[in-house]
Design a protein around this ligand. Structure first.
Ligand SMILES: NC(=O)c1ccc[n+]([C@@H]2O[C@H](COP(=O)([O-])OP(=O)(O)OC[C@H]3O[C@@H](n4cnc5c(N)ncnc54)[C@H](O)[C@@H]3O)[C@@H](O)[C@H]2O)c1
Length: 255
């Protein structure tokens, strides 16, 4: 399939996990991709994987950015869109997870998670909107999580950001629908990534509560490519009539 030939795509969080798999998938389907991440080493790995997979590594550009920092987004995302010469698809995959008992959650902890996940999604989207609207058929894919709709103990801050991202996505989908923009969320759960390997759970976490987060399908977590394939569908013309909604990708954890 070559659903992204001639299309310009920016993926944040592309140095690891689902963002990286999405960047590689879109490259493999002929797109031009800017892979953005705060971690330079992750981006180096993305470049190496693109070359290794024989995907069109020539279509790959890299940029470091801190999505929680307005100046960094303006400078690095702004320049990346200029280099691309426009933007058809934005995939806001960058995010962080950390867990605490809510009664011991400091304001700094809360603000750090909100700053990256929710404010970062806003800042990058705002920077990209003029270019996305200029195409008349721009697409934004945001990252919710099953935690937005189903209880995830110790992750109140994280879950709040994901609920916020869903609402933000619905709002922009309505606001820009007449200008051809589609905005959707993926809501993954139980995907093997940097984040789920180190969720930062409290030492005395109640694993009885957490057991409810196990997928029904398969033997455990799925690979990030599973989500990348769904994003490729949503962001391509195959998803042309899908907007203002979320697609849950969790192996039937919540049915
Ligand atoms: N893995 C899962 O099961 C799961 C479930 C639900 C939602 N998600 C969401 O999927 C998205 C991708 O996460 P993942 O699971 O691939 O985790 P990951 O940790 O492997 O990847 C996240 C990437 O975001 C980058 N990042 C973090 N802070 C950043 C910042 N300030 N600026 C720029 N980049 C930054 C990291 O460096 C990393 O490369 C996240 O939004 C996450 O919340 C994942």
């Amino acid at each position: 399939m070559n659903r992204f030939t001639g299309r310009k795509v920016l993926v944040t969080g592309a140095g690891s996990g689902i963002g990286q798999a999405t960047a590689l998938r879109i490259l493999a389907e002929g797109g031009s991709v800017v892979a953005a991440d705060i971690a330079e080493a992750g981006l180096d790995k993305t470049r190496a994987l693109a070359a290794e997979h024989g995907t069109a590594a020539a279509g790959l550009d890299l940029t470091t950015v801190d999505i929680s920092d307005e100046d960094s987004v303006r400078e690095h995302i702004g320049a990346a869109i200029e280099r691309l010469g426009g933007l058809d698809v934005l995939v806001n995959a960058a995010g962080i997870l950390d867990s605490r008992h809510t009664e011991t959650m400091t304001l700094d902890f809360w603000n750090r998670i909100i700053g990256v996940n929710l404010t970062g999604t806003f800042l990058v989207t705002r920077q990209a909107l003029p270019a996305l609207l200029a195409t008349g058929e721009g697409v934004v894919v945001n990252f919710s999580s099953t935690s937005a709709s189903f209880a995830h103990p110790y992750m109140a801050a994280y879950a709040a950001t994901k609920g916020g991202i869903q609402s933000f996505t619905h709002a922009i989908a309505a606001e820009y629908s007449k200008r051809g923009l589609r905005a959707v969320c993926v809501a993954p759960g139980s995907i093997d990534s940097g984040m789920t390997r180190a969720p930062g759970l409290p030492e005395d976490a109640d694993y009885g509560l957490l057991a409810k987060l196990s997928p029904a399908l398969g033997e455990g977590f799925a690979g990030p490519e599973t989500v990348a394939g769904a994003i490729a569908m949503l962001a391509s013309s195959d998803g042309a009539f899908i907007t203002g909604t979320e697609l849950r990708i969790d192996g039937g954890t919540h049915m």
